[in-house]
Design a protein around this ligand. Sequence first.
Ligand SMILES: Nc1ncnc2c1ncn2[C@@H]1O[C@H](COP(=O)(O)OP(=O)(O)O)[C@@H](O)[C@H]1O
Ligand SMILES: O=P(O)(O)OC[C@H]1O[C@](O)(COP(=O)(O)O)[C@@H](O)[C@@H]1O
Ligand SMILES: [Mg+2]
Length: 321
Amino acid sequence: MIKKIGILTSGGDAPGMNAAIRGVTRYAMYKGLTVEGILRGYDGLIHGDSTALTRRSVGGIIHRGGTLLKTARSEEFRTEEGRQKAYEWLQKNHIDALVVIGGDGSMKGAEKLSALGIPTITIPGTIDNDMPGTEYTLGYDTAVNTVLEAVNRIRDTASSHDRVAIVEVMGRHAGFIALESGMACGAEIVLVPEKKVTLKEVADHLVESHKQWKMSSIVIVAEGAVSGCDVLTYMKQHHPEMNPSLTVLGYLQRGGAPSARDAKMAGLFAQKAVDYLLSGGKDAVIGSIHDKIVATPYTEVDKYKFTIDENEYDLVHALGT
Ligand SMILES: Nc1ncnc2c1ncn2[C@@H]1O[C@H](COP(=O)(O)OP(=O)(O)O)[C@@H](O)[C@H]1O
Ligand SMILES: O=P(O)(O)OC[C@H]1O[C@](O)(COP(=O)(O)O)[C@@H](O)[C@@H]1O
Ligand SMILES: [Mg+2]
């Protein structure tokens, strides 16, 4: 029977992680469990760095970005020795199950820990929205809105000066942030890792817009598609008349208060994680699929892989010219 659970955040921080820590802690306590917060992701498990969480200690964080528990990318946890140490610490501290809040990498780590014999549950937390087993990850909605707000400001100056504004956004392997923010801000071009487009094609598209008297344009580039710097260099070389500029949004996209959607979803994911464990479930990722909160065993997540919406990709370009 589960009496005590551990909770940690891992990988890149994402808005909504704090709301999920609060949700898991309070809902678990409501169900009669005790909760240990592990600091700095998997590194905290390996080096035994933790603190007991209470209803009060998770107060005042629902609206805060980052993560109270801190996070890390742990190289040591990628080794068998590291994971063995983590497992032994969990055993020694009588932790019956572990809730991991993190992205796709953290989920792989959790699966490996489960294989050693400790039940784990992953709550999706990454701005990238690139996890199997869910159509939605905590932090994604906030990041998209942050990009939208930034692009709306950049547009003011691009249109005042008749410039092409290139905006690089995050997304090493997935173009969700680029596409959704591009749709919302009315970008002319969105470059995503899932679609190969040459810089000449980008330039040709912008030339076509210019011919139609569209004197300023927004180009959203996901970092995993091509570097914004390369787009800028190409445009400066071949089309200096468009006076291109580059803004790399970087970590601006990861910080800040979670949106209403992220803060709310954090609570629902937290509830499902605890209920699933208490009903005997384990070794699964919580997710939202077709607007239902579900738990999918790690062994089955590859059946639920979601990618960018093809229609939106075509539409953003149809509408943007
Ligand atoms: N294949 C793996 N095996 C074991 N641990 C992993 C694996 N992939 C990732 N991890 C652990 O999860 C951490 C976070 O993963 P990472 O991919 O950096 O971020 P995210 O979880 O946000 O996608 C890594 O630093 C590592 O400790
Ligand atoms: O924090 P780092 O190591 O600079 O990593 C940057 C990466 O983290 C992210 O912000 C989030 O990715 P993860 O959730 O996989 O950590 C990516 O969009 C970006 O490519
Ligand atoms: Mg990731």
